[in-house]
Design a binder for this molecule. Structure first.
Ligand code: KIV
Ligand code: ZN
Length: 529
């Protein structure tokens, strides 16, 4: 669509005005394919539901040809998630890819096939080992095949920002002729500057025949920390779809963060007079849900959803905010889902206060069973610790809220005498059945991990082990990260507990559960988008 058009009819969204920005979320595809972020089917379904409720226009649910698991999750999301267009990824050159995408998407109310191929000289020569003319033929073939399965077809020029302009114009023209309705120009390696991105879109809109019949889309990676800036610049250049992920997760340094783009558009409407369909009060909740599912905390100073994003530490700032919040706040915390809670939690706090606190922290959708387990652990912690801080609760709830784990920690006892090996007796629940193991080791953590290997046999190697205190004081909870490596696959797990050894075991168990998900997946060749 040309930015100067008054309206445009889109195959999935109908009549669109030029100020409407389509939010295309790829948390479940580009985000999920990055190391350590894999999710199981139930987790993906929860995320998809949350994204649809948030108001995302297009959910890229996965890459069906990649594995049975990917096919199944796209298919289940297509069957169950309503309100958003469900999209599946496919390579332009792969007839099998497009067929798998079409089949997986069949139950969706509204569906999109997204096909891509590299167009930069570097990628064509070294990755694809193809001549430019062959790439052009595959663009035509891929979009024609996709268009036979749905009216909503997206084509991406992988490494588009490093593609020669004349060739990029030829590729885009071929894609439009073959039926693509959205043209995505990714900055795959996060190399472009805002000026580059604005220029690329302006150039394509000015030069390519048929450009006024399609939506242009931006997909910016964050290797230079420019993902969001490049996305805003792309909009200036005429892009009307933006591809992004919750918390900015994604390959390497990640993708442009959905919450940052949406709030930049809203807060600086004076410079970016555009609208999205996102219900911004839901941003924190979805961010938290993703962090819980993947066990990747959001950095404290992360814009919008980091726990310091609205915290004012300095006296001068606090004073200003009390007099008038606008002195130091450019948007209200409530507008993105934070609530100002003054509740101090301790051992006398009851279930209702705990539930209120969870709501204030963005955990609204915990079922009763999980809430009860979390409350029991909170009481246990409050007995040992005078004040339970928000961070303590976040650590404990994140730990408790992981659904559908095959392996769960039940209990353990440790005996340790200095100068002698430690002994650990451990009970795990594996698919609902208690399994006991005893082992010794060089210190309690070593003994606990040896017991774990006995209780659930596996060959994964421990690649990283780190412990940090969640808050201050010797009674603070320990938060442990464990990285396991098996056949080149890496997974990270996290656990929290006032007992450091229990925290370590929880982290190890979490990593093992993620490994089980990862084992089921094989990456197709040349998927390095
Ligand atoms: O970064 C990239 O180029 C991609 C494409 C597959 C859209 O993720
Ligand atoms: Zn990407």
């Amino acid at each position: 669509m040309s930015a100067d058009q008054t309206s445009f009819t889109h195959p999935s969204f109908g009549v669109m005005t030029p100020e409407r920005i389509i939010i295309f979320d790829t948390t479940l595809r580009d985000g999920e394919q990055s190391p350590g972020f894999s999710m199981n089917l139930a987790e993906k379904l929860r995320m998809a539901e949350a994204l649809a409720t948030l108001g995302v226009d297009v959910i890229e649910a996965g890459f069906p040809v990649a594995s049975k698991g990917d096919f199944e999750s796209v298919n289940q999301i297509a069957r169950n998630t309503r309100g958003a267009v469900i999209c599946a990824l496919a390579r332009s050159g792969g007839a099998k890819d497009i067929a798998a995408a079409g089949e997986a998407l069949a139950p969706a109310e509204r569906k999109r096939i997204h096909n891509f191929i590299s167009t930069s000289p570097l990628h064509m020569k070294y990755k694809l080992r193809m001549e430019p003319e062959t790439v052009l033929d595959l663009i035509t073939a891929g979009n024609t095949a996709a268009r036979n399965l749905t009216d909503d077809v997206e084509w991406s020029a992988e490494d588009g920002s490093r593609t020669e302009p004349d060739f990029l114009c030829r590729c885009v023209e071929a894609a439009i002729k073959a039926g693509a309705t959205t043209i995505n120009i990714p900055d795959t390696v996060g190399y472009a500057t805002p000026e580059d991105m604005e220029q690329i879109f302006s150039m394509l809109r000015a030069r390519v025949p048929g450009a006024d019949r399609v939506i242009f889309s931006a997909h910016n990676h964050n290797d230079l920390g420019l993902g969001v800036a490049n996305t805003l610049a792309s909009i200036r250049g005429g892009a009307r779809q933006v591809e992004c992920t919750i918390n900015g997760i994604g390959e390497r340094a990640g993708n442009a963060a959905l919450e940052e783009i949406v709030m930049a558009l809203r807060t600086r409407h004076d410079q970016y007079p555009y609208t999205t369909g996102i219900h911004t009060q839901g941003l924190l909740k979805v961010s938290r849900m993703l962090a819980t599912i993947t066990s990747f905390d959001v950095q404290p100073n992360k814009a919008i959803v980091g726990r310091n994003a609205f915290a004012h530490e300095s006296g001068i700032h606090q004073d200003g905010v009390l007099k008038n919040a606008a002195t130091y706040e450019i948007m209200t915390p409530e507008s993105v889902g934070w609530s100002r809670s003054s509740l101090v939690m301790g051992k006398h706090s009851g279930r209702a206060a705990f539930r209120d606190k969870l709501k204030a922290l963005g955990y609204e959708d915990m079922d009763d069973a999980r809430l009860n387990d979390a409350f029991t652990r909170f009481k246990d912690l409050a007995d040992r610790k005078k004040v339970v801080y928000d961070d303590d609760i976040v650590a404990l709830v994140d730990d408790e809220a992981r659904d559908h784990d095959h392996i769960r920690f039940v209990n353990m006892s440790v005996s340790s005498v200095s100068g002698q090996p430690s002994e650990v007796q451990l009970t795990l629940s594996v698919d609902g059945h208690d399994t006991h193991a005893t082992a010794t080791g060089n210190g309690p953590v070593d003994a606990a991990f040896n017991a774990l290997r006995r209780a659930f046999a596996h060959d994964a190697k421990l690649a990283l082990f780190s412990v940090a205190a969640v808050t201050e004081g010797t009674d603070a909870q320990a938060r442990t990260t464990v990285r396991l490596e098996e056949a080149g696959k890496l997974v990270d797990g996290q656990g929290a507990d006032a007992d450091t050894v229990v925290s370590a075991v929880r982290a190890y168990v979490h990593a093992l559960n993620k490994l089980l998900v990862k084992r089921a997946r094989t990456e197709p060749e040349a998927l390095n988008a």
